[in-house]
Design a protein around this ligand. Structure first.
Ligand SMILES: [Zn+2]
Length: 325
């Protein structure tokens, strides 16, 4: 037997063995194409932790709010998942869902911006990089905006700025607290200066919210960068971050190349920012809803207290906790 025949024979035997296996398993894979190691079903069953690389049951990971049980890494959530986790079931009402992006500059980079928008909608399932609306958090109404990182890196274009501004204006009208959840690479360069203008626009709207004495909680999640960090994300009355979230303006590599210095290992992490006084607290995902509900409740209580005093009814005596029970 020649070498060529030897290999052909071995290949045939291998195929025969595989065919028997396939018949046993009954999964109907074609003999010419061996079954893939990871087909869609298997991939959906397991998820590899992006930090410790441990294989995790997807269903268990979801049950644990997409936090790795091994290392505590907080995986990115879609805007929809975030809303489901934070708000009371079925209470969310979306607004301004039909404010859609345009292409005022006819921008083309590797592909036209118009095509990029269509692709982004297909892959992310949302029409823009933010979902805004109203809902309840432990039975207390709030105005909420959640960024969707899957849509062109959660970048802020005209629509994101407009939807946030409308949400804030609506909250002022309805006298509701505002919660904005950021996950973004920064301003969307495809819209040039129009994107950058959203920084000033959202910041101005937040000033009006502040003047109306309403609460604004900003939640920073992995990752929050660029024009988003430089505007509304860092203007919260209370700025909260998720553990290990990367938060910054320019990227680490850009800064290192500019200042020609090595930066600390934990630079631009939530923990580093907390240590340096740039954020107020870090809260694990499991406690986020409770913490936010408590903040909203405390603020509301204080508002009532001020109203009571300003109505000339004298000092506000808070009912002791025991008496209330
Ligand atoms: Zn892990």
């Amino acid at each position: 037997m020649g070498l060529k025949d030897f290999f052909k024979d071995r290949q045939l035997k291998k195929a025969e063995k595989l065919q028997n296996q396939v018949a046993l398993n009954g999964n109907g894979h074609d003999i010419k194409t061996p079954p893939p190691i990871c087909d869609d079903v298997l991939c959906a069953l397991w998820t590899k932790c992006q930090s410790c690389k441990e294989l995790l049951y997807t269903s268990e990971l979801k049950k644990n709010l997409s936090v790795c049980k091994s290392c505590g890494y907080h995986h990115r959530l879609t805007a929809q998942e975030r809303i489901e986790q934070l708000l009371d079931y079925g209470s969310f009402i979306e607004v301004d869902e039909n404010v859609l992006p345009a292409d005022p500059l006819n921008f083309v980079d590797l592909k036209p911006y118009k095509d990029r928008l269509k692709d982004a909608e297909k892959t992310s399932g949302v029409k823009e990089a933010i979902i805004t609306g109203y809902g309840n958090i432990n039975n207390q109404p709030v105005a909420i905006g959640v960024m969707e990182f899957q849509y062109i890196g959660g970048s802020m274009g005209s629509v994101v700025g407009e939807k946030i501004t409308r949400l804030i204006e609506g909250a002022i009208e309805k006298r509701l607290p505002v919660i904005l959840i950021s996950s973004s690479g920064g301003a969307r360069m495809h819209e040039g200066i129009l994107s950058l203008m959203q920084m000033a626009k959202t910041a101005s709207a937040l000033k009006l919210l502040h003047e109306a004495k309403l609460l604004y909680i900003s939640l920073l999640t992995e990752p929050t960068f660029g024009g988003v960090t430089a505007s509304f994300a860092m203007l919260g009355d209370i700025i909260v971050a998720e553990p290990q979230a990367r938060i910054g303006f320019a990227g680490r590599r850009v800064i290192e190349e500019t200042i020609r210095q090595k930066l600390p290992k934990d630079f631009q992490t939530a923990e580093y920012l907390l240590e340096n006084g740039q954020i107020d607290l870090i809260t694990p995902r499991q406690d986020l809803k409770q913490m936010m509900a408590e903040l909203v409740r405390l603020h509301k209580q204080n508002e009532k207290k001020e109203e009571y005093i300003s109505n000339g009814k004298g000092a506000f005596h808070e009912v002791p906790l025991l008496a209330r029970i």
